[in-house]
Unconditional design. Structure first.
Length: 661
C-alpha cells in the first residue's frame, strides 16, 4: 500500500508538471527559457515529454501489473463479503459486539415475522437459518461498499492502461531500436526520408502543422528532442480562410479557420469552421485550432543605404519566412524575413487616462554576415507620434532573449524619410563636408576677427574629422577624438575648455550648413522654423545612434500582401476515452467507499425446554459509527413497538453497557 501510494503521488506530481510546463516544444525554446544548467537537469528527467518518458511509462506499467494482481487476489474475498450473510454465529460472539439488545418473547414464530418486517422497513436484506431450538436471521445493508474497493482499484488499472496507450509506445519502440531518426534540418517535407516518418496507422500522437491560407497539408510534425519527426495523415487538410479578432489592447480575442478535409474514403470533402476548444473530429483524429502566424506575406521594401557608399535607394520584394542576398558595397548580407504583423497596439497615456493605439504594420528580419553573425531588426511601416514629433521606429537586438533598442528617425513634413536620408548621405559626401567645413570655419573665425587662410584651413580640416567621427562613432567619438588631440598637443588645462567650445562651435556651424543645403534642395530658405529646428536636432541624435544600429542599410516597408497561416494541433488519443471511463469508475468507487457504509445485523432467537424464548439483536457498522448508533436505536425502538405485548425488553442498551429489566 505504501509503495502504491508513493507511485500514485509520483504520477500526480508528473501530471502537474506536464500541465504547467508546456510539452513538446523545441529544445532551443527550453534552453532560452531555463538556461544551460536547468535545461540539462529537466532534459535528463524527461520533463519536456513527461507522458512519454521512460520512467513515467514504467510507473504506469508497474501500477497496472501490481493492481491487477491485487484485484485478482482480493476480489473473491470482497465478493464473499457482499454475498454471504454469516448466519453461522454463536450467542457469545453476538454478546461481544458493542451494539446489542435483548427481548423476552412469548410467540417465537410471530416475533420472527415481526423482526423480518422491521428489518425490511429499514432497508436490510436477510437470510434465515434454523438449528434445533435456535433461529438465526442474518441481515446486511450497504454491501455496495465493497464494490467501492473493486471499482477504485479497477479504475487505477483502466486509467494507467489508457495512459500507456496514449504514451506513443510504437514511437518509443522505434526510437529505442534505432529505427527512427530525428530530423533536425529545416527542409521541405518531400525531402524528409522514410526513417524520419511515422505511418498513418500510428495509434497515438500529438503533432502540429502550420498551413497558410489557400494551401493544404497531409502531415503533422512531432517535436522530438532537438528536432522533429513527420507524422503522415490518412487525409489532407486544406485551409480555405483564416480570421482573427482583437481586443482594444491588441490581444487576440478569437480566431478561427475554415477547413476542407479531403479523405479518399469519403464521397464529399468535409467543410467545417473550427475555433479554440471546438475541434474537427474525424476517424479518431481531432484537429484543434491552436495558434496562428504569418503564412508568407509578400512585402515591398525600399532599401536606403547607410554606409556612406553614395548609392541610390533601391526597391526589392521579399516573402516572409524566405531568404535572399542583399548585394551591398563591401560585403553582401543575407536577408532573412522572419515575421510580419499588421496590428501593433501599444499603450498610450493621454490626459483622460490610459488608452491603446494601433501604430501600424511592422516586419522583423535578420541581416546575416557571411561569417554567420546576425542582428535582428523590427521596422514599422508608418511614422509614430511621440510627444510633438513623428518618427520612424526601427528596433535592433543581438539576441532573441534581449529586448529591442529602437532608433528614432524623424519624419519630414511629408511624413517621409527623404530629408533624413539626404542629410545622412550629405554627411558622408567628402566634397560637401569639405566645403561646409571651410565656410563654417570662416564664419566662426570672422566672429573672432581672425582672417588667416592657413588657420581657416586647419580649423576646417578639424571640422571634417569631427563630422567623420560623428558618422563613425557618434558624439562620444567626437569627444574622445578632441580630448586625444588636445592631450597630444599638450594644451594647458586653462585653455582646453575654450578650445573644446571653439571646436563644438565649428562643428555645429558645419552641420547647420549641411542641413540648410538639404532644406534648400526642398525649396526651404530663410530662417529655420521651430519644426525644422526640432527635425535637425532629432536627425543629429539619430545619426549619432547609427553606429550602434550597425546596419549598412535601412529597409522601409512600402506595401504588403498579408497572408496568414493557421496553426493546427492534430491529436489521436484513443486512450483518452479509456481514461474518462476510468475516472468515472474512480469517482463511483470513492463514493461507494466513503458514502455507502456497510452494516450487518444478527437476530438470534433461542427457545429453552420450558417454551420460553429470548430474542437477541446485535450488529456492527463500519465507517459511520455515530450513524449506526442512531439507526440501531431506531430499529430497537421500532421492534419494541412492533412486538407489543409479545415481547418484554431484558436489556435495551444500544452499546451493551447497561441493563434494564
Amino acid at each position: 500500500m505504501n509503495l502504491a501510494i508513493t507511485l500514485l503521488v509520483a504520477v500526480a506530481i508528473a501530471s502537474v508538471v506536464g500541465t504547467v510546463l508546456q510539452q513538446h516544444q523545441p529544445y532551443g525554446d527550453y534552453l532560452v527559457k531555463f538556461g544551460p544548467f536547468w535545461f540539462e537537469v529537466f532534459r535528463s528527467l524527461g520533463l519536456y515529454d513527461v507522458y512519454s518518458s521512460s520512467w513515467f511509462l514504467f510507473i504506469l506499467a508497474f501500477l497496472v501489473v501490481s493492481t491487477t494482481i491485487c484485484l485478482y487476489r482480493y476480489t473473491p474475498q470482497m465478493w464473499r463479503e457482499m454475498t454471504r450473510y454469516r448466519t453461522h454465529v454463536r450467542e457469545a460472539s453476538l454478546r461481544a459486539l458493542s451494539h446489542r439488545r435483548e427481548w423476552r418473547i412469548e410467540h417465537p414464530e410471530r416475533s420472527e415475522a415481526v423482526l423480518a418486517g422491521v428489518l425490511q422497513r429499514h432497508g436490510y436484506r436477510m437470510r434465515h437459518k434454523r438449528e434445533g431450538s435456535v433461529r438465526v436471521i442474518g441481515a446486511m445493508k450497504g454491501r455496495a461498499n465493497r464494490l467501492g474497493y473493486i471499482f477504485t482499484h479497477l479504475a487505477i488499472v483502466v486509467i494507467c492502461v489508457g495512459g500507456l496507450i496514449d504514451g506513443n509506445l510504437p514511437l518509443k519502440w522505434r526510437e529505442w531500436t534505432g529505427a527512427l531518426s530525428v530530423e533536425t534540418r529545416s527542409i521541405p517535407v518531400s525531402q524528409i526520408g522514410a526513417e524520419s516518418r511515422l505511418p498513418p496507422n500510428n495509434p497515438a500522437f500529438r503533432g502540429n502543422v502550420m498551413i497558410p491560407e489557400g494551401r493544404s497539408a497531409a502531415v503533422a510534425f512531432l517535436p522530438l528532442r532537438e528536432g522533429y519527426v513527420v507524422q503522415e495523415l490518412p487525409f489532407r487538410i486544406e485551409v480555405e480562410a483564416f480570421r482573427i479578432e482583437h481586443y482594444d489592447t491588441g490581444q487576440p480575442r478569437s480566431f478561427e479557420s475554415d477547413l476542407i478535409l479531403h479523405d479518399p474514403d469519403l464521397d464529399e470533402p468535409i467543410r467545417q469552421t473550427i475555433e479554440v476548444n471546438h475541434p474537427l473530429v474525424h476517424r479518431g483524429f481531432a484537429i484543434y485550432q491552436a495558434s496562428f502566424s504569418d503564412g508568407g506575406s509578400e512585402l515591398d521594401l525600399k532599401a536606403w543605404p547607410l554606409d556612406g557608399s553614395g548609392a541610390q535607394p533601391w526597391t526589392l520584394e521579399g516573402t516572409v519566412l524566405e531568404e535572399q542576398t542583399l548585394a551591398l558595397t563591401g560585403e553582401d548580407r543575407r536577408l532573412e524575413l522572419t515575421e510580419f504583423e499588421v496590428f501593433n497596439v501599444r499603450p498610450d497615456v493621454v490626459e483622460s487616462g490610459r488608452r491603446f493605439r494601433n501604430i501600424g504594420p511592422s516586419f522583423t528580419y535578420r541581416l546575416r554576415r557571411p561569417t554567420g553573425e546576425a542582428l535582428e531588426y523590427e521596422n514599422f511601416m508608418l511614422p509614430v507620434q511621440i510627444d510633438d514629433g513623428w518618427y520612424f521606429l526601427s528596433g535592433v537586438r543581438r539576441d532573441v532573449s534581449e529586448g529591442f533598442q529602437y532608433l528614432h528617425i524623424p519624419a519630414d513634413s511629408r511624413m517621409q524619410l527623404d530629408r533624413f536620408m539626404n542629410f545622412a548621405a550629405r554627411l558622408h559626401d567628402a566634397d560637401a563636408v569639405e566645403q561646409a567645413a571651410l565656410a563654417a570655419s570662416e564664419r566662426v573665425l570672422a566672429t573672432l576677427n581672425v582672417d588667416e587662410p592657413e588657420l581657416i584651413t586647419a580649423v576646417a580640416r578639424t571640422a571634417e574629422e569631427m563630422v567623420e567621427r560623428l558618422t563613425a562613432s557618434g558624439f562620444d567619438g567626437i569627444e574622445r577624438h578632441l580630448n586625444e588631440r588636445l592631450s597630444e598637443d599638450a594644451v594647458e588645462a586653462s585653455r582646453r575648455e575654450a578650445m573644446l567650445m571653439f571646436s563644438r562651435m565649428v562643428l555645429e556651424s558645419t552641420l547647420d550648413t549641411l542641413y540648410r543645403q538639404v532644406l534648400a534642395e526642398e525649396g526651404v530658405d530663410g530662417a529655420l522654423s521651430e519644426e525644422d529646428q526640432r527635425f535637425y536636432l532629432d536627425a543629429l541624435n539619430a545619426i549619432a545612434a547609427l553606429p550602434n544600429y550597425a546596419s549598412p542599410v535601412y529597409l522601409q516597408l512600402t506595401d504588403f500582401n498579408h497572408i496568414q497561416a493557421t496553426g493546427l494541433q492534430i491529436t489521436r488519443a484513443p486512450g483518452q476515452y479509456i481514461v474518462y471511463f476510468g475516472s468515472a469508475l474512480l469517482l463511483a468507487g470513492v463514493f461507494l467507499l466513503f458514502y455507502v457504509p456497510q452494516r450487518r445485523l444478527w437476530a438470534l432467537t433461542i427457545v429453552d425446554g420450558e417454551g420460553r424464548a429470548r430474542l437477541l439483536l446485535a450488529g456492527v457498522g463500519k465507517r459511520d459509527p455515530l450513524g449506526f448508533d442512531r439507526e440501531f436505536e431506531r430499529i430497537g425502538q421500532d421492534l419494541s413497538r412492533s412486538l407489543g405485548d409479545a415481547g418484554n425488553s431484558i436489556n435495551g442498551t444500544g452499546k451493551g453497557d447497561g441493563n434494564s429489566q
